[in-house]
Design a protein around this ligand. Structure first.
Ligand SMILES: O=C(CO)[C@H](O)[C@H](O)COP(=O)(O)O
Length: 286
C-alpha cells in the first residue's frame, strides 16, 4: 500500500518537462492525490520508481530532450494469430524493438482483429517487451483503462473520429501509458499540430488502415518531412507497406519508428530484415 500524501514537492526541472508531469500525475494517482499538479510537494523520496508499475511506460523516458532512436516494431496483423505469443517471441528474439498490435473494431476500419483480452494474454506470456496498440477504433476513449490494465505501454489512436483529442491524450497519460496520435492518409498533418506537444509519438499511415500487405504510399512522405523539420526530437512512426524496398524513403523523410508487417513476419530471415531496416534508419538519424 502506498501512503496517502496531501503534498508533494516538484523540482523546477520536473515542472518544466511535460512528460515528467505526466509521469508524476501517474505516480501521484497512486497516492490518491486528487488535484494532480497544483499541489505543494514535500517528499519526492516517497514516490515509487518510475518503472515500478509497468516497465517502459514512464513518460519521463521519452522526454523531448533525449536523442531519438531507430526502432523497428513488427506488426503481427498478418502473423498466425492462433500462435500469437510464439510468433511475437520469435520477432523479439530476432531483434524487434517493440510489438505493434493492430486493434480493429470493424467500424472505424472494415476489419476486425482483437481487443484487450488478447493483449492481456499476450502480456502474461511476454513480460518485458514494449507493446504499442494501434487503435483503429471509433471510440478510443472506451478502451484506455482495459488496455492499460492489459499492460500496454504506448496507446496510439486515430484522431479522425475523436472530438476531444486533448482529453483522450490526458486520460491515456493518467492511465500510465504513452500517447501516440495516428493520422490516415487523407488527414493533413497540420490538423494535429496543436496536439503534438502532448504526444509522445505521431503515426503517419502509409496505407489506408484496415489490412496488411497493401502497397506503400510514398506520397505520405511530405507529412513525415514536415514533422521532422518542425519537431526534431519527436518520435515519428510510419505504418503500411514498409519493408526493405521502402525503408530508405521513410528514413530519409525522418521516420524513426518503423512498423513492418508482411515484410518481417513473412521473411525467411527475420533478424536480417529487422537489422537491415534499423541500420538504414540509423544512417539518417543525426
Ligand atoms: O495498421 C496496419 C494496417 O491497418 C498494419 O500495421 C500495416 O498494414 C502493417 O502491415 P504491412 O507491413 O503488411 O503493410
Amino acid at each position: 500500500m502506498y501512503p496517502i500524501v496531501s503534498a508533494i514537492h516538484v523540482s523546477t526541472s520536473a515542472v518544466l518537462c511535460r512528460p515528467r508531469l505526466a509521469c508524476l500525475r501517474f505516480k501521484t494517482s497512486k497516492f490518491r492525490a486528487s488535484a494532480p499538479l497544483n499541489l505543494t510537494l514535500t517528499d519526492t523520496t516517497a514516490l515509487p520508481p518510475c518503472q515500478e508499475a509497468r516497465p517502459n511506460s514512464c513518460a519521463c523516458k521519452n522526454a523531448r530532450n533525449m536523442p531519438i532512436q531507430a526502432k523497428i516494431g513488427p506488426s503481427i496483423l498478418n502473423a498466425d494469430l492462433a500462435n500469437l505469443a510464439a510468433e511475437s517471441q520469435k520477432l523479439l528474439d530476432n531483434g524487434a524493438d517493440y510489438l505493434h498490435l493492430d486493434v480493429m473494431d470493424g467500424t472505424f476500419v472494415p476489419n476486425l482483429t482483437f481487443g484487450h483480452p488478447m493483449v492481456k494474454c499476450l502480456r502474461n506470456n511476454i513480460k518485458e517487451a514494449f507493446f504499442e496498440t494501434h487503435m483503429m477504433v471509433q471510440n478510443p476513449e472506451q478502451w484506455i483503462a482495459p488496455m492499460a490494465d492489459a499492460g500496454v505501454n504506448l496507446y496510439t489512436f486515430h484522431v479522425e473520429p475523436v472530438d476531444d483529442v486533448s482529453k483522450v491524450s490526458r486520460l491515456i497519460q493518467e492511465a500510465g501509458m504513452k500517447v501516440g496520435l495516428a493520422i490516415k492518409p487523407g488527414t493533413k498533418v497540420q490538423e494535429i499540430e496543436k496536439y503534438i506537444d502532448v504526444a509522445d509519438l505521431v503515426l503517419v499511415m502509409t496505407v489506408e488502415p484496415g489490412f496488411g500487405g497493401q502497397s506503400f504510399m510514398a506520397d505520405m512522405m511530405p507529412k513525415v518531412e514536415w514533422l521532422r523539420t518542425n519537431y526534431p526530437n519527436l518520435d515519428i512512426e510510419v505504418d503500411g507497406g514498409v519493408g526493405p524496398k521502402t525503408i530508405d524513403c521513410c528514413a530519409k523523410a525522418g521516420a524513426n519508428w518503423i512498423v513492418s508487417g508482411t515484410a518481417v513476419v513473412g521473411a525467411a530471415d527475420q533478424r536480417q530484415v529487422i537489422g537491415d531496416m534499423r541500420d538504414v534508419v540509423k544512417r539518417y538519424l543525426k
